[in-house]
Design a binder for this molecule. Structure first.
Ligand code: MHO
Length: 208
């Protein structure tokens, strides 16, 4: 009764990480996203020197509101998992990193739905390296006023970047959701009315 929701995590690589950050961030049930590097071996990768790592988005979700199956269908439907575009080595590889063995059932059942088996590398999580600030919530940077207004809601920049609100606004900035859907969702959040009003005001600043 009144217990905290249990969150699950999955990390996906499907090309440049800017778009999947916005795509998955737009979805009700996704609690937070972050862009980063994973799947390789070199320590402390950066955008300029990511070595054998892949651009990925780490997705934290509430499995009661959105299932891993739903996330995986979006993953495979929104990129080319056959690695025709592997001109940059592993940077844009199709990569699926599960964080718990209990996620394998969902992975196998969604794989079975597909006519041709994707050439996606599927591995267990070891380490994730966050990308630089400029790659986080990339499309939201087009609305500096919204970012400034948002920073009033969060004590630290990492909190802002890791917030559900920033994930949704980034999805809105890219056009993956719209104002009325967001209004409705935020209306259902268990937050005080002052905070709700401030968030609703900020989202009206984002148009695309
Ligand atoms: N520079 C490429 C990819 C960026 S993504 C962070 C572009 O503008 O699409 O790899």
């Amino acid at each position: 009764i009144g217990s905290e929701p249990i969150h699950h995590t999955v990390t996906i690589g499907m090309g440049c990480f800017w778009s999947p950050d916005a795509l998955f961030g737009s979805l009700p049930g996704v609690v937070r996203t972050r862009a980063g590097y994973a799947g390789g071996t070199i320590p402390a990768p950066t955008y300029r020197e990511m070595g054998d790592h892949t651009e990925t988005v780490q997705i934290t979700y509430d499995p009661v509101s959105i299932t891993l199956e739903q996330l995986l269908r979006l993953f495979w439907d929104n990129h080319n998992p056959y690695n025709i575009n592997d001109y940059k080595g592993r940077q844009y590889r199709s990569l699926l990193i599960y964080h718990h063995e209990s996620q394998l059932d969902a992975i196998h059942s969604v794989l079975k739905e597909r006519e041709t088996s994707p050439d996606t590398e599927i591995v267990q999580h070891t380490q994730f390296w966050s990308a630089e600030d400029r790659h986080q919530k990339y499309y939201l940077h087009r609305y500096p006023q919204a970012v400034v207004a948002l920073s009033g809601l969060y004590a630290a920049h990492e909190e802002l970047v890791g917030s559900t609100v920033a994930a949704r606004l980034n999805g809105l900035a890219k056009g993956y959701t719209n104002l009325s859907r967001l209004r409705e969702e935020i209306g259902s959040w268990n937050i005080d009315s002052g905070e709700r009003e401030r968030i609703l005001h900020i989202i009206t600043q984002i148009r695309w």
